[in-house]
Design a protein around this ligand. Structure first.
Ligand code: KIV
Length: 279
């Protein structure tokens, strides 16, 4: 599949074609997503809590993001990859924001970056876009400042906060954002935002009436322990599958059933010396 183009995204919105985006932080996951036909991969700063074992996204650094983003690119060379700007990468000043976004593109091989925050980030987004870097906005629940928002909770559920989210969405579109993530907002508000902006709205916990849905891959396949927010649907019980594989391995080793002849190098004359048989 050819790499997604930004004009295609606008066309999809126009035609009402619904699509998906999933997170990845490593090459094997990226390979699975690319071979499943996922058009957009997000290297989210959810990296922090999902795979690095932190309690939030705040400890994630630009170096972490570059490291994981380039792994994702190696696993999914044909897929459109968006990299999150981690905590403070876009907030200190616009020059630093452009430089950090540039690192994610140059060293992380991302196609685009995502910046959390409302209208207050519009000017920064405008500057990053002006520097030639496609930029996605992120409104609603923005995990980098969850403490200020009163925790991980639904946003935009008062008339004033709903109005602010709509105004922010319009401001980010005007600043040149090519798409918006809208996280944890009432479905009716998300539908309103989606109909008022001309750029794709990618929802997570934002109901059905948006252009696309994004989820964290580990939540989708059951690799996130007991963590299961209301907006997640688990399509596999990944931890059970892996636990069962590990138990079978332990059993086979203790019974002497592993390795078998086919998993051993038993020829002495140098034949079949390759580690992996040719496909
Ligand atoms: O970091 C992330 O994974 C995200 C998505 C949940 C949208 O921002």
């Amino acid at each position: 599949m050819a790499r997604l183009r930004l004009d295609q995204l606008r066309n999809w919105k126009f035609k009402g074609h619904r699509w998906v985006c999933l997170t990845a932080y490593d090459a094997p996951t990226a390979r699975i997503l690319e071979s499943s036909g996922v058009p957009m991969i997000l290297v989210g700063d959810s990296l922090g809590n999902v795979v690095l074992g932190h309690e939030s996204t705040v400890p994630v650094t630009i170096e972490d993001m570059i490291h994981h983003c380039s792994a994702v690119r190696r696993g999914a060379p044909e897929t459109f990859v968006v990299a999150d700007m981690p905590f403070l990468a876009a907030q200190v000043n616009d020059d630093e924001a452009i430089r950090n976004a540039g690192l994610l593109i140059q060293e992380g091989s991302a196609d685009a970056v995502k910046v959390e925050g409302g209208g207050v980030r519009a000017e920064t987004i405008r500057r990053i876009v002006e520097a030639g870097i496609p930029t996605m906005g992120h409104l609603g629940l923005t995990p980098q400042n969850a403490t200020q928002l009163g925790g991980y909770r639904v946003q935009g559920n008062t008339p004033e906060s709903a109005k602010r989210i709509i105004q922010d969405a319009l401001a980010l579109e005007k600043a040149g954002a090519f798409a918006l993530v809208l996280e944890c907002v009432p479905a009716a508000l998300a539908a309103q935002v989606c109909s008022q902006v001309g750029i794709p709205v990618i929802g997570i916990g934002a109901g059905r009436e948006v252009d696309a849905q994004v989820l964290v891959f580990h939540d989708l396949v059951g690799l996130s322990g007991d963590f299961k927010p209301r907006f997640v649907r688990r399509y596999a019980q990944g931890e059970e599958v892996f636990r069962s594989a590990v138990s079978s391995f332990i059993e086979d080793v203790s019974s002497g059933g592993f390795p078998g002849d086919s998993e051993s190098f038993i020829e002495r004359d140098g034949e079949n010396a390759e580690m992996a048989p040719e496909a």
